[in-house]
Design a protein around this ligand. Structure first.
Ligand code: GDP
Ligand code: GDP
Length: 502
């Protein structure tokens, strides 16, 4: 099995392999005649264009939707030409048709076209207002179309850009839908947005308000075999605990030390390796190795950064130094406790790795080795009481020991984290667990009508209770503990929410 590990550097997402239903939607907006259709046609290259009619057919308007191909990126693109009759009549700001709302609700990103030859037009400002009002979460990419006409000295791109900034959506890019000029700039502007979005969808961070709408993400989860999705692993820890060395044993290639090159397109290069047929992404390895975020103050940027990375990872491997554990007579420093708790609170799976165990073994007449193996799991239990059974693995990265144990715990944690239990199974369990437990008196028994899992990754449950019944903390602890025991969900964060039904 050791031979199966290979390291490759590549874009984290191969868009050609992604179900087009999962792709984000980019809407092209702009006043009439700026070139929306021209851009749309260029992006879809007239492939797979499908036209859909709006549900409210009293005014038949079409919005074209297709799959755009822009370099390696794929996304759904909407040509909003159908919406613009309203803009033309000047009434777009007043009228909110259900269609507009529907369309914008399904849209994650926007390209806002202006005509660079015409300069900023009052209708451009209207479109900007309209967008701010109806899609406040979308910051459009402003694209100055017809820019090829400026190359011959008719005007200056930088003057036009100054004007375009007045729309308040940041720096514009210059394109020409007709000649294809600036498509690379459009690609570079969209790429980080789309890749971030795809990672969120693939991560399925249901419990995080990621702005993409939880119900949408949850639908997605239902259609995808989650166990096949790549696992995103973050290896974190203080400097010198042995993260790079460990990483090398995990991937068994020196190349990983080179790491994703700094200065390449932000976040677009990631380390990925295969382990027993599974794809594992290492989340921001370079950042963790070099930025040493744990050393800085709690308000520093690096901690913000680390939080973002925690959100991306599904499993967080926190590496500790066995020698430091012995010296400090405690398993974790304050910073390590903080980061471990945060990982758990963010709903990530946590695996603790105690590295450099070889040093302890080397000390003659010492039972330190055994002591550490015994003490660390107990201590972790007391500092992170929210979760019982956080896996702890003891390694010597230097001697290449513990690799398989680490990978087994990482994958095991991930699989638990993806668990989905059917409602019927949960309710059979609920009845059993309620009768099994001996309550102080009848009144103390929580009245739960039924129990269901609403989300996975991490598993999240809802207990439906009768009317005014409030589940106490004790009740919730009892349910959590029983769920973990009965469905082997130890070591991962699970959540139980309460809803009352009349
Ligand atoms: P829409 O109303 O925003 O969909 O605009 P169209 O795509 O129909 O384009 C309006 C006009 O602008 C058409 O005559 C296009 O040929 C022209 N046009 C579109 N893109 C460009 C461009 O990049 N350069 C030039 N010079 N003309 C363009
Ligand atoms: P990082 O800063 O967390 O990435 O740590 P490195 O991987 O660069 O390791 C820091 C130092 O610890 C290096 O000198 C490594 O050789 C050493 N080291 C790493 N793992 C082990 C281990 O398991 N045992 C021992 N004795 N030394 C180790």
């Amino acid at each position: 099995t050791d031979k199966k590990v290979t390291v490759v550097y590549e874009k984290p997402i191969d868009f050609t392999k992604i179900d087009t239903n999962l792709l984000p939607t980019v809407i092209i907006v702009g006043r009439p005649n700026v070139g929306k259709s021209a851009l749309y046609n260029r992006l879809i290259r007239r492939r797979e264009a499908l036209v859909y009619n709006t549900p409210d057919d009293h005014v038949t308007r079409d919005i074209r939707e297709g799959i755009a191909k822009l370099g390696d990126l794929r996304f759904k693109v909407l040509d909003s030409a159908g919406l613009e009759t309203e803009a033309a009549s000047g009434s777009i700001l007043q009228r909110t048709t259900s269609m507009t709302a529907n369309v914008l609700a399904r849209t994650q990103f926007a390209v806002f076209l202006i005509d660079v030859r015409a300069g900023l037009h009052p209708l451009d400002l209207d479109v900007g207002k309209w967008l701010r009002k109806h899609a406040p979460g979308i910051k459009p990419i402003v694209a100055m179309n017809k820019s090829e006409s400026l190359c011959d000295g008719v005007g200056s791109i930088s003057d036009a850009a100054d004007e375009a900034r007045m729309l308040g959506f940041g720096d514009p890019i210059a394109i020409s839908a007709e000649t294809g000029l600036g498509m690379a700039a459009l690609h570079d502007a969209l790429q980080p947005l789309i890749e971030d979005y795809m990672l969120q969808v693939l991560n399925n961070n249901c419990d995080q308000d990621n702005g993409y709408g939880p119900s949408h993400v949850d639908d997605v989860a239902g259609e995808v075999d989650e166990s096949k999705l790549p696992l995103q692993l973050a290896i974190i820890g203080r400097p010198n605990v042995g993260k790079s060395t460990l990483l090398n044993t995990l991937v068994q290639e020196e190349r990983v030390l080179v790491g994703p090159e700094v200065g390449l397109t932000r976040d677009s290069v990631r380390t990925q390796f295969q382990y027993e047929g599974r794809t594992i992404y290492l989340v921001d390895t370079a950042g963790w190795l070099q930025r040493t975020g744990l050393e800085k103050g709690p308000s520093s940027l690096s901690v913000m950064q680390s939080r973002k990375n925690l959100m991306r990872a599904q499993v967080v491997a926190l590496v500790l130094d066995a020698e430091e554990v012995v010296k400090a007579r405690r398993s974790m420093t304050h910073a390590e406790v903080v980061i471990a708790r945060r990982a758990v609170e963010e709903g990530r799976g946590l695996v603790v790795i105690v590295n450099k165990m070889d040093i302890l073994k080397g000390k003659r007449n010492s039972t330190l080795f055994d002591k550490v193996m015994e003490a660390v799991p107990l201590e972790i239990q007391t500092v992170i009481p929210q979760i019982t059974g956080i896996p702890v693995v003891f390694t010597s990265a230097l001697e290449g020991r513990g690799r398989i144990a680490v990978m087994r715990q990482v994958i095991d944690t991930y699989e638990k984290w993806c668990t989905r239990l059917s409602t019927s199974r949960l309710n059979r369990w609920l009845r059993k667990v309620m009768s099994r437990h001996s309550w102080k008196d009848q009144a103390a028994q929580p009245k739960i009508k039924y129990f269901t899992q609403v989300k996975a990754r991490p598993p999240t449950f809802v207990a439906f209770t009768n009317g005014k019944t409030q589940l106490s903390d004790t009740d919730l602890r009892f349910l959590t503990k029983s769920l973990k025991e009965d469905f082997d969900l130890g070591g991962i964060p699970i959540r139980i929410m309460q809803r009352s039904v009349p």
